[in-house]
Design a protein around this ligand. Structure first.
Ligand code: KG4
Ligand code: ZN
Length: 366
């Protein structure tokens, strides 16, 4: 089947087309076209996403992104006939942003007389590990799934930080989450304190790398690793941001240029230490086979490396899966794939799915 997916939950306007089918012994997965239009420049002056600005930009961008994805795939004369299903992110996310994508998708479904399904953004991040590059085919054997699951998934983005016990695709239990700021939010707010750009994750990572290369004397105090020893799987990052702020305020302004990369390094170390420690704790306690990463923060190379090294030190190392870089941050391809798995797992007769039943749900929990 061929699925057209739409994603507008935060600050990326994205539309993608995916071909996916269930064969006798495997899933066939082939990304056909994908366009992601980022609003980074619009939100950068505010140091975070402004919901009404995001909504305005999505409304402007959706027709342009749609035209581009059509041009990149089957062309305008054939597109309607080719698409079997429309998938859209229904939640969680920013309500004004979600509504733009949901309404665009519903209008398209009505005018094309196509079935439509609303899917969960976080499940999309979790499943993005199964996506190959554009125009490449991935054949995922059913047997392979038995080697992967059960798994612990760490979903870390600008809005969420969750540890999820994944019994199988479609069967999830949230076992821990952040009690306040998300890990990505901590990167973003930390970068703002240090006067680095937005989004903060890549800016902090770049600055931290400068310290690693220069390897100058380490002169700053260590930041806390919040909740690293707590017995549960929850996180808390707002205190870390405050600790960074106070430590930064104590520095001599003249020295800040020199200390900046040390602070960025220490923030990245602190966030990644906590994420890795808690994920391994959950993976060991739940005796899973694999660890899966998903979400914007998993673009972070230090996080991937630290997770890989820590897994390798375990008595029984876990399988380790993380998405291709292009699928770590928000994209509609993961939304297409999730729709496909939803339908093939539940053996849904998707042809009956009607646009009138689709609604945005900003707080949708897995
Ligand atoms: O998943 P995503 O694109 O959007 C949400 O659903 O929130 O994640 C965006 C978040 C931002 O907070 C951004 O700073 C963070 O992902 N991020 C990173 C990196 N690239 C993006 N964080 C750390 N290191 C990175 N390289
Ligand atoms: Zn996301």
């Amino acid at each position: 089947m061929i699925i057209l997916g739409i994603e507008t939950s935060c600050d990326e306007t994205s539309i993608a087309i995916l071909e996916a089918k269930k064969e006798k012994a495997y899933f066939f997965i082939k990304p056909i076209a994908s366009v992601v239009s980022s609003q980074i420049k619009i939100h950068a002056p505010y140091g975070g996403v402004v919901p009404m600005l995001a909504s305005r930009e999505h409304t402007k961008n959706l027709p342009l992104v749609f035209r581009k994805v059509v041009q990149d795939s089957f062309d305008v004369k054939k597109i309607k006939q080719k698409i079997d299903l429309i998938a859209v992110t229904s939640g969680p996310g920013l309500m004004p942003a979600l509504l733009t994508g949901v309404n665009f998708a519903k209008t398209l479904a009505w005018s094309w007389r196509k079935p439509i399904i609303g899917v969960n953004h976080l499940e999309g991040h979790l499943l993005s590990v199964f996506l190959p590059e554009k125009n490449k085919i991935s054949l995922l054997p059913f047997q392979e799934l038995q080697k992967i699951f059960p798994a612990i998934a760490l979903i870390v983005s600008g809005g969420h930080t969750q540890l999820i016990y994944v019994k199988n695709i479609g069967h999830y239990q949230i076992i821990g989450e952040t009690l306040d700021d998300a890990a990505g939010e901590c990167f973003d707010k930390g970068a703002r304190i240090l006067g680095l750009g937005y989004p903060g994750g890549p800016a902090i990572a770049k600055e931290a790398e400068k310290y690693r290369i220069q390897n100058t004397e380490y002169r700053i105090q260590k930041l806390p690793r919040p909740m690293i020893d707590s017995k549960n799987y929850d996180f808390s990052f707002s205190g870390l941001k405050t600790a960074l702020l106070y430590a930064w305020q104590k520095t001599n302004k003249k020295e800040r240029k020199r200390l900046m990369s040390q602070f960025a390094f220490e923030l990245e170390e602190s966030i990644t230490d906590v994420l890795v420690h808690k994920t391994l704790q959950a993976a060991n306690d739940f005796k899973v086979k694999s660890i899966i990463l998903g979400g914007g923060v998993t673009a972070n190379q230090k996080l991937r490396l630290k997770m890989q090294e820590t897994i390798a030190q375990q008595k029984n190392p876990f399988n380790f899966y993380f998405p291709l870089l292009q699928y770590t941050t928000d994209n509609a391809m993961m939304i297409c794939l999730e729709a496909f798995f939803n339908i093939s797992n539940k053996k849904l007769n998707y042809k009956n799915l009607n646009w009138e039943k689709i609604n945005a749900d900003a707080n949708w929990r897995l």
